[in-house]
Design a protein around this ligand. Structure first.
Ligand code: FAD
Length: 527
């Protein structure tokens, strides 16, 4: 529905290029990588925190609501408009690196900065955020990451994106800008401690944008470790590989450690068949004679297929201040993995993952142009075996339907800090693409693919499997921190906890202006 007065007010603040209502822009904002909602009324691209706050005020004055969108690379309906009274706030224009303080080991960035932007800005300083990005970090933003449970590079030792945050600037539903952490201390605002009095920063982390739109994020930094090392081990089954993952995570000896499904590594063709770019990136990312020798040894050992066919492979990256420290961590990993049945194989995949980070987003579709949809969960190491067995039993029950509709399944396990076992299942099927798939693929990759025909049967089976998988995880007390509009949340909490969250939402956002319905909070359909 067009609304000239609303659009005039938005254009007055954001300029003509900052407000889009063309069908392509609206369609892109209406769906993520899984689901499609209503067309928003407009897509706006503010380029300052003040413009974000003004957008909220204008939306509210016109009886509309706002939904923040970072890279848009999630698949939980987190930014998908529930109705047509939505202004989609695209934060890609808010991507400046505001401050790097090498002496204080902190960085402050606008919330639309990507993990790649930060990586590039910090390289000359040989610094990094301890958790330093997702596989999607070429376009996924820090705002999306700290609102929506991002984990991967560095996560086994340092936790999730949100664990790195020292303070936030947030545009609230009343159109004001709030600062949290020690940057709120007016005598000398600086990124220092997150915990100065009650942790207001924490209130806004993993909120999916329910409590406000983050406009800036301050992170702690660390020196890039002088030495890194890699290892990989093949296992006969997921149970054994996962037990090794838990043991290595508990030992605290890896920066990231993960287990890939045989079907995933079966589709990997590295490094001989990989692009020259990957080989060059690998070489450049491996400093020193000893490191390059290890790289060449791995490549020679692994050849094009670093993981034996049919094997579940555990991959790890270790890092430390000296070759001796890293060698000791790798030796301990070797001991733990082999004791649990692992056989050492070439560590090419973990090397490539790091060296070639943040370069391509072609993974939004599978190799043959198939779609995929993931469901993830976190549990304790002791509860992981039952969770994995429960999921395999679910798949067994649904095997006939999976075969009928050509739906296949892969799994990825990884460590999130020393306490949490993260498990992600991915459903794959042939189907038509969503606007975001097309917008994200590189032109070179797009040219090699043909869009499959619509497969409503496969799609509805995947929808059912997602629900069944979430129900299984919930029944086992496993949780997700990438909630969006997909995962049950309030109903999984103790009543007192759920009531406090609802009260906080009501206090911060009495009119339900902020991302209505995300996390099950504040969806007022009658507004
Ligand atoms: C190829 C591929 C690889 C991936 N790899 C990983 C991986 O390694 N690890 C991982 O964890 N995930 C991964 N993902 C999933 C996804 O990319 C991550 O969840 C990522 O952190 C999402 O960031 P985004 O900027 O795209 O957020 P969006 O999808 O734009 O938003 C996510 C949620 O956060 C909210 N939000 C966004 N910006 C703000 C803001 N400034 N203030 C408040 N709320 C906001 C949105 O409303 C939404 O609810 C991958 C996805 C793809 C397609």
């Amino acid at each position: 529905m067009s609304d000239p007065a609303l659009l005039d007010d938005l254009r007055h603040v954001l300029g003509p290029d900052g407000v889009r209502t063309d069908p392509a822009a609206l369609a892109l904002a209406a769906s993520d990588l899984w689901t499609t909602g209503s067309l928003p009324r407009a897509v706006v691209r503010p380029s300052s925190a003040a413009a974000v706050a003004a957008t909220v005020r204008i939306a509210r004055a016109h009886g509309c609501r706002v939904i923040p969108r970072g890279g848009g690379l999630s698949y939980t309906g987190g930014y998908v408009p529930p109705d047509d009274r939505i202004i989609s706030v695209d934060l890609a224009g808010l991507n400046r690196i505001l401050r790097i303080a090498p002496e204080d080991l902190t960085i402050t960035v606008e919330s639309g900065a990507t993990w790649r932007d930060i990586d590039l800005a910090l390289r000359p300083h040989r610094l990094r955020v301890p958790f330093f990005g997702t596989f999607s970090g070429a376009a996924a933003t820090v705002g999306g990451g700290v609102s929506h449970g991002a984990l991967f590079f560095g996560s086994a030792r340092y936790g999730a994106a949100a664990d790195q945050v020292l303070g936030l600037q947030v545009a609230l539903a009343d159109g004001s800008l709030l600062q949290t952490g020690c940057e709120a201390v007016h005598a000398a605002p600086r990124a220092l401690l997150r915990g100065y009095g009650p942790d207001l920063t924490g209130l806004f982390l993993h909120d999916g944008g329910a409590f406000g739109i983050k406009t800036a994020v301050s992170f702690r930094l660390m020196e890039v470790p002088a030495v890194q090392g890699f290892a990989a081990f093949a296992f006969a089954d997921l149970a054994a590989a996962s037990a090794a993952l838990s043991a290595i995570a508990r030992a605290g000896i890896a920066e990231e450690v993960y287990v890939l499904d045989p079907a995933t590594t079966g589709a990997t063709d590295l490094p001989a068949g990989a692009a020259l770019r990957t080989a060059r990136a690998l070489w450049q990312a491996t400093p020193g004679f000893a490191g390059r020798l290890a790289l060449l040894r791995d490549v020679a050992r692994g050849g094009q297929r670093p993981v034996p066919v049919g094997a579940w492979a555990l991959h790890l990256a270790a890092a430390g201040s000296s070759p001796g420290a890293v060698a000791a961590d790798l030796a301990r990993a070797r001991q733990l993995a082999t004791r649990l049945g692992g056989r050492e194989v070439a560590a090419t995949i973990a090397r490539v993952a790091r060296a070639d980070r943040f370069t391509s987003l072609d993974g939004v579709l599978d190799a043959g142009g198939e779609r995929w949809a993931a469901i993830n969960t976190k549990t304790s190491h002791s509860a992981a075996p039952a969770l994995l067995a429960g999921f395999e039993a679910l798949l067994e029950r649904r095997s006939a339907a999976l075969a009928t509709h050509g739906v296949t399944v892969t799994r990825l396990a990884s460590a999130l800090g020393q306490q949490a076992f993260s498990f992600e299942v991915v459903f794959h099927w042939r189907d038509t693409w969503l606007p975001l798939h097309v917008a994200t693929l590189s032109p070179a990759r797009r040219a090699t693919l043909q869009e499959p025909a619509a497969n409503p049967g496969g799609r509805s089976l995947v929808a059912e499997l997602r629900e069944e998988t979430m129900a299984l995880f919930r029944a086992q007390g496993a949780v997700s921190n990438q909630l969006g509009r997909s995962y049950p949340f309030l109903e999984t909490l103790a009543p007192e906890t759920a009531a406090l969250l609802q009260d906080l939402k009501l206090m911060l956002d009495p009119d339900g202006v902020m991302n209505p319905g995300v996390l099950g909070l504040g969806h007022t359909a009658d507004r």
